[in-house]
Design a protein around this ligand. Structure first.
Ligand code: APR
Length: 250
């Protein structure tokens, strides 16, 4: 692992336009469980019963009571970890330009990244299904379920449910970022959900290096990614940042 950390630091220090694609794994060290694998959210809740748009439309109270209220509690408490902070540092140093995240937790922005494409939307805001008025999730009173807007309409999170389209603007911009970067850093994603997991493929096809950070192999490993640094995102990023810092001081 030491060699790969040094290699990644050298690659990043020499790069001019780095993009990152992040997934649930980057927020695990912030106390947010991933979706798949042991202890994952989809082990506890059937996504088709709680995270599909048809399930929400059929019974919003059930989805609010179970999935959304639990997510609200977890996300309200979460703070950026060393991996989020590391990506913010790379932006501060002018190395990283854009984060494409599948996460809806807002932790990249909290860490200081300014160009974050929220591919699957955001959990930080709710929108009224009748009048479109928005309100911050942290300010939503849980006294009535489902919570309602002043106009009486039901509130829904601004993240996308299964069965909904990726916002067109996010998709187009992500494809552009992925095709123009010289390194795509893929952190904490199982890379099984399309079209997000196609972004590193676009980068690779456009001539970029693809670097993965994940404790496990993914479908990108050995096919799309140039190398995988096997480990937890916070731990690995902290070490990479230290090495990049040393190279910058030379
Ligand atoms: N550091 C880095 N990676 C980790 C860590 C960690 N500490 N812990 C787990 N991982 C890795 C796992 O090995 C796995 O590859 O994070 C990945 C998490 O995968 P998923 O749970 O599938 O999360 P993600 O890839 O973001 O899922 C994509 O699926 O259900 C949807 O909309 C949801 O945006 C989500 C999408």
């Amino acid at each position: 692992m030491d060699d790969l950390i040094k290699r990644a630091a050298e690659d990043l220090a020499a790069a001019k336009n780095v993009a990152a694609l992040t997934g649930a794994g980057i927020s695990v060290e912030s106390g947010i469980p991933p979706f798949r694998g042991k202890g994952g959210i989809w082990e506890k809740f059937d996504p088709m019963e709680f995270a599909h748009i048809d399930a929400f439309m059929r019974d919003p109270a059930k989805v609010w009571n179970v999935l959304i209220s639990e997510m609200k509690e977890i996300v309200d408490r979460a703070k950026p970890n060393d991996a989020h902070k590391g990506l913010a540092k790379l932006e501060e140093w002018g190395i990283l330009k854009t984060v494409i995240t599948q996460n809806v937790d807002g932790l990249h922005q909290m860490a200081g990244n300014t160009d974050v494409i929220e591919f699957h939307g955001t959990f930080a805001w709710q929108k009224c299904m009748d009048c479109d008025k928005r309100c911050e999730t942290s300010k939503v009173e849980m006294t009535q379920i489902p919570p309602r807007c002043d106009c009486g309409g039901i509130l829904r999170p601004e993240c996308i449910f299964f069965g909904e389209m990726i916002p067109q603007l996010h998709l187009v911009r992500s494809q552009k970022v992925a095709s123009q970067c010289d390194i795509m850093l893929v952190v904490g994603t199982s890379a099984v959900v399309q079209p997000a997991s196609f972004m590193p493929v676009i980068s690779k096809q456009s001539g970029a290096k693809v670097i993965e950070i994940n404790p496990e192999k993914t479908p990108l490993t050995g096919t799309v990614s140039n190398y995988l640094i096997k480990g937890k995102a916070g731990h690995v990023m902290k070490r990479i940042i230290k090495e990049v810092g040393l190279l910058r001081d030379l």
